[in-house]
Design a protein around this ligand. Structure first.
Ligand SMILES: Nc1ncnc2c1ncn2[C@@H]1O[C@H](COP(=O)(O)OP(=O)(O)OP(=O)(O)O)[C@@H](O)[C@H]1O
Ligand SMILES: [Mg+2]
Length: 349
């Protein structure tokens, strides 16, 4: 990941992985926000413990960086069970999945990240495994091939997806519970940031925290990442006034640091801005189809759909219509452009 991708909610670099690991909440109590989902998970886990059975399978759905992996780890931790991590792209054949499933210990939590990217043949194997804790293994080839049933240890599957719409219905139906993660409110992001600042030993003003919260696309991963850049900035440019080793981050240093990295007042990054200006300037504000838009900005349609669009819709800069994506009047205004066919209003004068 380059610095210019500071507000890309997807996770890419090694150093960031280590950094995230250090800041990850370990229990439901430490997990900020997502009140509804937290309550639902708590109930499901408590009931399973009372009945001494493995918790139901759980699907975590939502845009990148909102806490799916964190919640999967918390589920295992709260249930006091070991955790096995895998991912859709790593399961390209039914055999890959069979190897994982047959080596699970009783009660283990199996986390499959990006579950929508698993191979079709593996999906079918997973249906049976989730329902009956059993798989059929094919032995031999051609006419002489037979399937041999294999019993599995009971396990809890936790699946994560940024695109639940891509999951086939039979798979979606086999989860006992689907948690839809939402973007975080500013007040929740402030709590995430305060906790992270404490863990990073960074002294920071309240209004500086609020300034970061307003620019992180409702996403804890971005909040933490921006905080790290602010810490760098403060380390280099700040002057300690009280003899301590490090200066205090204030709102001016937050603004200077984020301006340096081109994160604007709404938290839009380069790709967001590119999508918006393309839509406004080349397509007259739309409607424009997803694929056309993706080709025009040289990005994959999947990235635009899973990463850029949900946020632009949420902050009201674009809407989805049956004929494609369209810029809203607010979208035109944020980019200082006049919407064609819309006359001057008193507000503009
Ligand atoms: N509710 C939360 N409270 C505090 N920190 C959080 C919360 N949710 C996420 N974070 C922080 O954000 C980081 C990213 O979260 P996580 O890796 O769980 O996202 P994700 O949804 O799995 O993203 P992806 O779809 O890219 O895999 C974590 O390191 C964690 O520190
Ligand atoms: Mg994840």
């Amino acid at each position: 990941m380059t610095d210019l991708d500071l507000t890309n909610p997807e996770l890419e670099s090694e150093s960031e992985l280590a950094f995230e690991g250090a800041l990850r909440p370990r229990s439901l109590g430490e997990f900020v926000g997502q009140t509804k989902v937290r309550g639902q998970l708590q109930l499901l886990l408590t009931a399973a413990t009372m009945q001494q059975r493995t918790p139901d399978h759980i699907l975590l759905a939502g845009p990148p960086g909102l806490g799916k992996t964190t919640l999967a780890m918390i589920v295992a931790h709260e249930a006091g069970r070991p955790l096995r991590m895998s991912s859709g792209p790593a399961i390209q054949h039914a055999g890959d999945l069979a190897a994982v499933l047959s080596s699970l210990v009783p009660g283990e939590v199996l986390f499959i990240d990006e579950i929508h990217r698993m191979a079709r043949s593996a999906e079918e194997m997973l249906y049976l495994a989730m329902e009956d804790f059993r798989i059929d293994i094919m032995v031999g080839k051609g006419a002489g091939a037979t399937s041999v049933p294999l019993d599995l240890a009971p396990f809890t599957l936790v699946g994560a997806t940024t695109r639940s719409g891509l999951l086939p219905n039979p798979l979606r139906d086999r989860f006992g519970f689907t948690a839809h993660l939402e973007f975080y409110a500013d007040s929740e992001l402030e709590q995430v940031l305060e906790r992270a600042a404490r863990l990073l030993d960074l002294r920071i003003d309240r209004d500086a925290i609020a300034e970061i919260a307003g620019r992180c696309r409702g996403t804890p991963r971005i909040a933490n990442r921006l905080l790290r850049r602010v810490r760098d900035y403060t380390l280099v440019h700040g002057r300690p006034t009280d003899g301590s080793e490090m200066a205090r981050a204030d709102v001016a240093s937050v603004r200077a640091a984020l301006d340096l990295y081109e994160v604007d007042s709404l938290g839009l990054d380069r790709l967001d801005r590119q999508v918006m200006t393309t839509m406004l300037e080349r397509f007259g504000g739309g409607p424009v189809g997803l694929n056309t838009l993706a080709v025009s900005v040289g990005e994959e349609a999947e990235t635009i759909e899973a990463v850029v669009e949900p946020f632009l819709v949420r902050i009201g800069l674009i809407t989805r219509t049956p004929r494609g994506r369209m810029a809203t009047p607010e979208g035109w205004r944020h980019f200082g452009l006049r919407q064609p066919g819309v006359g001057l209003t008193l507000d503009d004068l």
